[in-house]
Design a protein around this ligand. Sequence first.
Ligand code: KIV
Length: 283
Amino acid sequence: MGKKKTILDLVQMKQRGEKASWVTAYDFPMASFAEQAGIDMILVGDSLGMVVLGYEGTVPVTMDDCIAHSQAVRRGAPNTFIIGDMPFGSYQVSDEEAVRNACRFLKEADTDAIKLEGGRRVLSRIKAISDAGILVFGHIGLTPQSSGQLGGFKAQGRTVESARELIKDALAIQEAGAGALLLEAVPPELTAYIANKLTIPVYSIGAGLPCDGQLIICGDMLGLFQAFTPKFVKKYANVAEIITKAFEEYIADVKGEKFPEDKHVYHITDAPEAFEALFKEFE
Ligand code: KIV
């Protein structure tokens, strides 16, 4: 098992061109599988709303949801760098509330950093949280919490005008004190430019190869989340199919009395006659 990474390791990886692997996880088993596989970082994303809690989007997810899931992930991956995702409503109101909620991730769930969505409009939040001594990951491009404003889950930065705004956001986020930046669903040309321009690590989810590492949602890559699959997802397994098949076999076994078998039961240790006598006592 590798040593837990720090932000210094992530910066050094950027400097020597080593890519960081990053995946979401929301519970103990998934976190432990990711750690056993040697993942560099885990995001306890508010995508848990869709992947685990069955909401249509991320907006209903609460701080308490995020803390409970981050705690489970920390228990599953004690030696992995973990980022807690600030849910919608936890940092929109004021710098003070944002700092208070960011503190909860570190105090209650032992995360190493927090992530929040948005560019220049959340700069004072990024600065306030960084000034409180908390490592911040920025997130721009397709920002799911504001998908309503963006007109849906749409790629960003495809025109010069939109790319210019994202470059300004990226520079401002670094300047405000963020330790890393995530780009979501932007073209690789823009990703390459921003990753070269910034000294902090720049990661991609659906933003192509030319940056410092990749994030993917576990539910997407494992085939657990079935509602839709974004273009940028590579499926590495179809776990939903395996689970459904296992449930079908179990149901058939129960109906056909093929489960449990003799090896699945506990046998009596006294003589059968003693048990017959016992049962008679109650007749
Ligand atoms: O919640 C999440 O998993 C995220 C990713 C979509 C980047 O924020």
